[in-house]
Design a protein around this ligand. Structure first.
Ligand code: TRH
Length: 380
């Protein structure tokens, strides 16, 4: 590690939802906390950021949060010297004056595009390749991923130890759930549900409501609430609301701060997640999961879904594999969830063991922050 701190500028435009800021905020904190870097995080929408980090003051142009120098990305760029490493998250366009500053810097900065996560094969071939140039400043692709030859996944140094400790401590779990107003019946299975709008929800809830085991579903405020309301036949659902229908309890949670969301995932028996960051965090939770992938034009997201399924289901029995494929495909097509859910429940034990094994296997890879630092050290 060089003696002087590596300086980073991470640029994030919030396209929609929380994934862009979710990933960059996590990365920025880890670079500071574990790699002693100086990080400026430029964000164009502090309101989205505030949902993940409630201490944020959305009126401030500059503020420190957990050691990260958080900047409001101004519409009118103010001349700023470029950092040693410049990350354009998810192909966002840097201010042209900043690119000038990169080009005029005595030591040319390393310029990276941090891409979206995909399990597709081509990622390995593209990770680390040169992209465009601005004058003499070369940009490189940096791809997160699940396999050797990619940039890995975001994972804080002690994450798995913290998770395992928490999961082995029923008191800590109870206290956490209590702090969110959750009282789980002793025999109820706990499910968290973070998803986009989904026409398959009603059939899933029907099945849970008429199921043999009581189920308690926790729904953080967000896009799926409309479907939940329709199923319950109510309006104006908000955090704190709790409804019971037959064997199903549905409870609306506030959108919690990012580190608390981990505890929620760790506390549940099954997690429905979406997008990118919650999807990765559910894998680190070591519990069975269901992924609602972010929909893209021409259904290209379905290739990503299949690529992940092919990787994730390796090592499962043929029946459990088929059940997982069926469940994930039904959910992502907004189809009837009844049969696929019941089928996947038959393999719950195997899927639970597999989720832990997958998590441990993924943790053998270098994490994304460490891989970025290494990429820079190799490059200079
Ligand atoms: O919000 P998302 O749907 O984000 C998406 C995806 O990243 C997608 O790939 C991208 O193209 C699109 O945004 C623009 O899902 P994701 O990625 O899981 O991000 C949610 C973040 O919100 C994640 O960091 C976890 C966090 N979160 C909380 O902090 N508290 C909560 O209560 C919940 C439910 C989530």
């Amino acid at each position: 590690m060089p003696e002087t701190k590596i300086r980073w500028d991470i640029f994030c435009t919030v396209v929609d939802n929380f994934g862009d800021i979710g990933v960059t905020w996590r990365l920025a904190r880890q670079l500071v906390a574990e790699h002693h870097c100086e990080v400026r995080l430029w964000v164009d929408d502090l309101r989205a950021f505030e949902r993940l980090c409630p201490e944020l003051d959305v009126r401030r142009e500059q503020q420190w949060q957990q050691g990260v120098d958080v900047r409001q990305w101004p519409a009118q760029w103010i001349a700023t010297p470029a950092a040693d490493v410049v990350i354009a998250a998810f192909a966002c366009q840097l201010p042209s004056a900043y690119m000038e500053a990169m080009a005029s810097r005595e030591n040319t900065p390393l310029w990276l595009n941090l891409d979206y996560l995909s399990a597709e094969d081509w990622v390995i071939g593209c990770h680390g390749l040169p992209s465009v140039k601005y004058q003499h400043v070369q940009k490189y692709f940096f791809f997160p991923g699940f396999r050797a030859g990619t940039g890995g996944l975001l994972r804080e140094g002690n994450l798995l130890e913290r998770r395992q400790q928490f999961q082995q401590d029923p008191q800590a779990r109870r206290q956490f759930l209590h702090s969110l107003g959750i009282v789980q019946a002793p025999d109820a299975q706990l499910i968290s549900l973070f998803a986009y709008e989904n026409a398959g929800l009603a059939s899933w809830f029907d099945t849970l409501a008429s199921g043999a085991t009581p189920t308690h579903v926790l729904v953080p405020e967000g896009r799926i609430l409309g479907d939940v309301q329709t199923w319950l036949g109510v309006q104006g659902l908000e955090a704190g609301d709790l409804h019971v229908q037959q064997r199903l309890t549905v409870q609306v949670l506030p959108f919690v701060r990012q580190d608390q969301y981990d505890l929620l995932l760790w506390s549940c028996d099954f997690n429905a997640v979406r997008g990118e960051d919650s999807f990765v965090r559910a894998q680190w939770a070591g519990r069975p999961l269901l992924w609602h992938i972010y929909q893209q034009e021409d259904d290209v997201h379905l290739d990503k879904l299949e690529a992940f399924l092919a990787l994730y289901t390796r090592g499962l029995s043929a029946e459990a594999k088929e059940a997982t494929n069926g469940l994930w495909r039904a959910w992502n097509a907004g189809q009837d969830m009844s049969g696929p859910w019941l089928e996947s429940r038959k393999h719950h034990q195997e899927l639970a063991e597999h989720a832990e094994a997958w998590c441990l296997e993924q943790a053998l890879q270098a994490d994304l922050a460490a891989a970025l630092v290494q990429f820079y050290l190799n490059w200079i």
